[in-house]
Design a protein around this ligand. Structure first.
Ligand code: 4NP
Length: 153
């Protein structure tokens, strides 16, 4: 069993997209490894809310339903509850490093280490194109992440 937590700032755009994309890919895989998937935000402004409607729409265009997801804030305990804590950008990564307990077991990385490198830009203040770009980056990295998960099973 591999446990993966995706983290962004608000948990309404990028990390719920990653949660939905990875779950969708795993569901479509014959003999998929067992994976627990969740997402959270470093900020708490949107706790309890569903994802941003633009993220829901971008995912729905690819047949993925994010509408049942609800925002939660990341906690120090998540570093014990998950094997991978994957940040969308370097700001998220810095905040997560500050939160991580000394004995925190999870591997803490940028998600795009499994994709094309760098960061998933925050699409919140832009238009639809930013959500499509975020989706494409996340999808590519999830393919790499699945290879990593398969290698450790
Ligand atoms: P996310 O995007 O981190 O991908 O969920 C954002 C969502 C909300 C805010 C910023 C980024 N905000 O400032 O409320």
């Amino acid at each position: 069993m591999t446990r993966v937590l995706f983290v962004c700032l608000g948990n309404i755009c990028r990390s719920p997209t990653a949660e939905g994309v990875l779950r969708h890919m795993m569901d479509a895989m014959p003999d998929a490894p067992e994976v627990e998937i969740d997402s959270a935000g470093t900020g708490g402004w949107h706790v309890g809310n569903p994802p941003d409607p633009r993220a829901i729409e971008a995912a729905a265009r690819r047949g993925i339903d994010l509408s049942a997801l609800r925002v939660r804030q990341v906690t120090a305990a998540d570093f014990d509850a998950f094997d991978y804590v994957l940040a969308m950008d370097r700001d998220n990564l810095r905040n997560l490093k500050a939160l991580r307990p000394a004995q925190g077991g999870a591997a803490l990385k940028l998600l795009l280490e499994f994709g094309e490198g760098g960061e998933v830009p925050d699409p919140y203040y832009g238009g639809e194109a930013g959500f499509d770009r975020a989706y494409a980056l996340i999808e590519g990295a999830c393919r790499g992440l699945i290879r990593e998960i398969q290698a450790r099973e």
